[in-house]
Write a protein that binds this ligand. Structure first.
Ligand code: NAD
Length: 256
């Protein structure tokens, strides 16, 4: 039961972040949603979580590519017992053609943001005597694919940050772990389908089955509810001694 705890989930107005927010709310945690936009729909998502689960839920706009705004998000939340570093973007190109601004944005949003949010959240967790940091890495935090240099580098980086955070908090009833999803059918994956169709001259179905899910022995996407359930488990008493490690939710990808 997570009642009385506040969870801040970065990049949570869609996809996996939103799925994690829903599952943590169902477990009783108050929720802070975030993205870089500030629309009526963003605030409506928080209102819907609050009305359906009975927790308090807010939406706070902050751009995770900016260190000051990452820190400001946690400060404005006021309390952060559960920090989920989830915001992430993707760009696919060979290294010689990889735009430098895309490289910089991916490293900033997918990796450096977690350093800034953790820097502000960890003292709050220590003061509260309990905390959980969950970094959403990827199967690409443990393995590589061509044309995803920045993403693979950032995700391997966040696995390293996860281990260091765990060591620095090991005596404080704070844990830090990384969830490593395989393919989950969210906008970030949906957006890769058209380019991959062009690149391999394949239909949408062929791209899904022959390119994406060939890496995933289950031949099935993981769901945002499953990632949310894994995050909720990491906040449960059963997981209190799990720290500094990765949990793959990838249908067997990293066993291959
Ligand atoms: P998504 O595109 O639905 O979600 C990304 C979220 O990050 C969105 O809410 C978006 O608004 C937010 N975001 C992007 N830039 C931001 C910024 N500058 N500031 C604040 N928020 C920002 O995709 P998703 O699949 O839900 O991705 C969530 C995380 O899961 C990412 O870190 C991604 O790398 C990781 N992941 C996804 C998959 C997958 O197959 N979908 C697999 C492994 C890991």
């Amino acid at each position: 039961d997570l009642s009385g705890k506040t969870a801040v989930i970065t990049g949570s107005n869609s996809g996996i972040g939103l799925g994690i927010a829903w599952e943590l709310a169902r477990a009783g945690a108050d929720i802070v949603l975030n993205s870089f936009t500030d629309t009526e729909e963003d605030h409506a998502l928080a209102a819907q979580i609050a009305s359906e689960t009975g927790v308090t839920a807010r939406y706070l706009q902050a751009d995770m590519s900016r260190g000051d705004q990452c820190r400001g998000l946690i400060e404005r939340a006021g309390r952060c017992d559960i920090l989920v570093n989830n915001a992430g973007i993707q760009h696919v190109a060979a290294i010689p053609d990889f735009p430098t601004e895309k490289w910089d944005a991916i490293i900033a949003i997918n990796l450096t943001s977690a350093f800034h949010t953790s820097a502000v959240a960890l003292p709050m967790m220590r003061a509260a005597g309990w905390g959980r940091v969950i970094n959403v890495a990827s199967a690409h935090g443990l393995t590589a694919s061509p044309y995803k240099s920045a993403y693979v580098a950032a995700k391997h980086g966040i696995v390293g940050l996860t281990k260091t955070t765990a060591l620095e908090t090991a005596r404080d009833d704070i844990t830090c772990n990384a969830i490593c999803p395989g393919y989950v059918l969210t906008p970030i994956v949906e957006n890769q389908i058209p380019d991959t169709m062009k690149e391999y001259d394949m239909s949408r179905e062929e791209v899904i089955v022959k390119v994406m899910l060939t890496r995933q022995p289950s031949r099935d996407f993981a769901t945002v509810e499953q990632i949310g359930g894994t995050a909720t488990f990491l906040c449960s008493p059963a997981a209190a001694q799990i720290t500094g490690t990765t949990i793959s939710v990838d249908g067997g990808w990293t066993a291959l």
